[in-house]
Design a binder for this molecule. Sequence first.
Ligand SMILES: *[C@@H]1O[C@H](CO)[C@@H](O)[C@H](O)[C@H]1NC(C)=O
Length: 399
Amino acid sequence: MDRRFSLFSLLCLFFVVAIAATSHVVEDPVQVLMTSDKVLENVISEESEDPEHLIRQVVDGTENLNDPRLGAEHHFELFKRRFGKSYKSKEEHDHRFNVFKANLRRARRHQSLDPSATHGVTQFSDLTPYEFRRDFLGLRSRLRLPSDANKAPILPTDELPTDFDWRDHGAVAPVKNQGSCGSCWSFSSTGALEGANFLATGKLVSLSEQQLVDCDHECDPEEPRSCDSGCNGGLMNSAFEYTLKAGGLMREEDYPYKGTDRGTCKFDKSRIAASVANFSVVSLDEDQIAANLVKNGPLAVAINAVFMQTYVGGVSCPYICSKRQDHGVLLVGYGAAGYAPIRMKEKPYWIIKNSWGENWGENGFYKICRGRNICGVDSMVSTVAAVQTSSQLSVESEF
Ligand SMILES: *[C@@H]1O[C@H](CO)[C@@H](O)[C@H](O)[C@H]1NC(C)=O
């Protein structure tokens, strides 16, 4: 079944790539499911190996890479300066320069597959796709939602605002940075609980990812060998389960982020800042996702991050994107009609908070189009509710 399905996807992918390659008037391209990134990377072949040609259309965030007079060396110098990169040896430097050039080509491919966003140089431009996935993502892959998960009640959707952003309502803590640790799942989880706790108490308190990284070893009820494991990945629902059992999470400043999972658990039950009342899984329906977002606060979501390595800004709406999720992020809002690429109707988008610092994307945020479950963004959405504990009442907001 799986094999047949991936063969089918592969055929679709060739079809889509053929269309994308021969025509620039693709209105609503066929959606391809479950194609692995590797297949995607292999199938979309290079048009040219010439860096001067390859960096067309791609930007490095401060400077347009279109200028044909500037070679890859120039952009690598800018990249190193901008992100403070230094390499231990000449070999390492040369290796990273080659990876960088490959990523310029990749950014250009992403640009042609995703014209409503801008792709280019990011802090990840000297990492191979494998290194990027290993060190900066961290969602335990699973094929379906746990069947025993609580399902969020169906909410009315007729009075939803056309645009909504929890950042405007004080429910979103500043963007954090997971560093090179596959702990995205812990940031997605704290983000959702920070929002829920804000709704329950009126106070925004930044919560501890390190507590989850060090102390949460909760296993997936349906895949018992898949357990939350620090920098090696985890799942948001398992993190909510841990938090429910443990009693809650401490404040960020009381249990600060270290970016490694080599420490021991230092959870102090007397210093809990927010507690989980319950959590549930939201249906795939985009109106239900929006309704849960507006009613319950920011939502923990999973996404395929392949386009995020090269994302610089805009609304990402790739023609093809695997739905196999590998990254946990936070859905904080949506817009009705924020972009209108040539020959495309205006399309609504989700606003997503990431955990790669403020220098990535749009000040740390990502926009992805709504409507087609792009990159699997609608497939694994969880909502959490916080308890108002009496000890919290005396805690002052740190913001
Ligand atoms: C979850 O907890 C909140 C806060 O205690 C409560 O209002 C809500 O009804 C609960 N939801 C579910 C689905 O149990």
